[in-house]
Design a protein around this ligand. Sequence first.
Ligand code: SF4
Ligand code: MG
Length: 315
Amino acid sequence: PVSLGGRIANLFGGKNRPVHVHAVQDVDITVESGEVVGIVGESGCGKSTVARMLAGISTPSGGSLRWRGKDVAEMTAKEHRAFDLGVQMIFQDPFASLNPRMRIGDIIGEAAVKHGRITRREQRDYVVSLMEKVGLSGAYIDRFPHQFSGGQRQRIGIARALAVNPDLIICDESVAALDVSIQAQVLNLFMDLRDELDLTYLFISHNLGVVEHISDRVVIMYLGRVVEVAPTDALYGDPNHPYTRLLIEQVPSLEAGKRDYAPIAGELPSPLDPPSGCAFNPRCPWATERCRTERPALREIAPGRLSACHLNDPA
Ligand code: SF4
Ligand code: MG
């Protein structure tokens, strides 16, 4: 399990005029082994920042990132390497993350050889078996990335992640760039691999339908904060937070897993200048005076369910 907790801030520096933005704050996320946790939010809500911190790509300036009970900042070099390999990330644009001059066999097998999982002599057979696991023919092993379609390239990215035998795979908008029919195929591949390899996923997406399809538990983020956490069925069947309710209820539900959710009314405020009180108050139909001045705490509203809204305050 991996968890990120406490007050987390991330600093984005512009070249000449550094801008300090608290991209995510008070975000407390724990992913248990074998679980699929979805993180949903509009673009700019901080979900990618959370992903990058969990993957160890960005360092939280406060709070802590724990991996198997250990604070990543306090790890020895050896422990840190295990963390690096144990958490693999799959990005939105597979093409951008694949070296165009490398053959697929090296792209997929390089890290496994480098870290001593396999020898150079074993690489070919190992890569072919991984390619077959993700639904690619091993006959393509000597090809280059540009010779594959978008969906195939995402499969290459998945094979590369699997090559180092990770425990946790972080998918950041991993199917967003694909055609809808290809999206479904890749999502099904994720689910098959989870069963087969006992994987844990953190699945980040702006698309509620995609997250519903794949997740056991869902975290809803708004402007850098977690506003609701719930098991998937509970969240979609009975959303609590007004933001979640608007996201889910405004669109008639179609066939399960194939809902097409539209963005909600009103603009996402700038994270540079978030509204006071509850950050959602300018867009919330239930907002009261209190919402404009006092920030609601994330509180437990039922076992395993959290929501940050004054409407849940019994007082
Ligand atoms: Fe709406 Fe107020 Fe709840 Fe925020 S705290 S979601 S503004 S009702
Ligand atoms: Mg993003």
